[in-house]
Design a protein around this ligand. Structure first.
Ligand code: MN
Length: 280
């Protein structure tokens, strides 16, 4: 059984045009969980904290995954895609060789809640063609086992296949654990794995088998081998679960670009300033 090797709490950060968010992965406390580069939780009941959004900006070398729980984000990009990501929807975007897009929250009952996860790509795929997958909530199948329900965004869980197609072996589940129930799942030994609790609390164990609680707003890195088992208390729990095969290559990142070397990041900035980031 895997155990909780590290636990971190998201730290307040500001990004885009002044959006206040919680940075969970990609902070001084937790640089990355290869292949996962960043995890932000955004949203609050105060529209002033997020309405400025993320106006036009570039990306190259990795994938961004936007998971909406509440509210909407309108997006538009240099390739001509545009749409609205609504509550329950997921957008899996492969920036690849380069994309310029905007991500602007819209007021929907004044609420907004969601996540953005950055998934790295290996050097051989960093310059692949950009691609958008808008995965509507209705396309995300769910399955239940022993009081835990998973929405399978990518990969496979409880015998159900995810709607998003991934370039690398990555699984992403949105999990709801009922009161006093447990979430149990097998994970390939070579995969990195984490859970981020966004509602309620779960209990796992440390390497000595002693109980460790992960409360809402905290992430646990699950290390060791074999499967994962997390128990929820009386109020149940909701969490994001992800596992993926580490890429194990050098990571050079600056702002919106994630490459293997500093020279490649520099080249991305030059291409962007020359208007050549996006291939024609
Ligand atoms: Mn972006």
């Amino acid at each position: 059984m895997r155990y909780i090797g590290k636990k971190v709490t998201g730290m307040p950060a500001t990004d885009g045009a002044g959006v206040k968010l919680k940075r969970v992965i990609g902070s001084p406390a937790l640089d990355m969980i290869d292949p996962f580069l960043m995890l932000d939780e955004f949203g609050s009941d105060d529209p002033e904290s997020w309405i400025a959004g993320f106006p036009e900006h570039p990306h190259r070398g990795f994938e961004t995954v936007t998971i909406m729980l509440d509210g909407r984000v309108k997006h538009a990009d240099s390739v001509g895609n545009q749409g609205v990501i609504e509550a329950g929807d997921v957008q899996w975007m492969t920036a690849g060789s380069g994309i310029i897009h905007s991500e602007m929250p819209e007021r929907a009952d004044g609420r907004l809640h969601g996540f953005q996860l950055w998934v790295n790509l290996p050097g051989k795929l960093k310059m692949t063609s950009p691609r958008y997958q808008d995965v509507r909530a209705s396309r995300i199948a769910s399955a239940s086992l022993n009081g835990a329900t998973v929405r399978v965004i990518a990969g496979e869980g409880f015998g159900v296949k995810g709607a998003a197609d991934t370039l690398m072996p990555v699984r992403l589940l949105d999990v709801a654990i009922g009161a006093n129930a447990a979430f149990e799942i097998d994970v390939p030994d070579e995969h990195a794995c984490f859970v981020y609790v966004y509602d309620g609390e779960v209990r796992g164990t440390d390497r000595n088998g002693k109980p460790v609680d992960i409360a809402s707003g905290s992430l646990g890195v699950l290390v060791g081998t074999q499967g994962v088992r997390l128990e929820a208390g009386e109020s149940g729990a909701k969490l994001l679960f992800a596992d993926g095969k580490p890429i194990r290559e050098p990571v050079a990142r600056y702002g919106p670009f994630v490459m293997n070397t500093g020279e490649e990041v520099q080249k991305a900035f030059e291409d962007y300033s020359r208007g050549e980031l996006v291939g024609v």
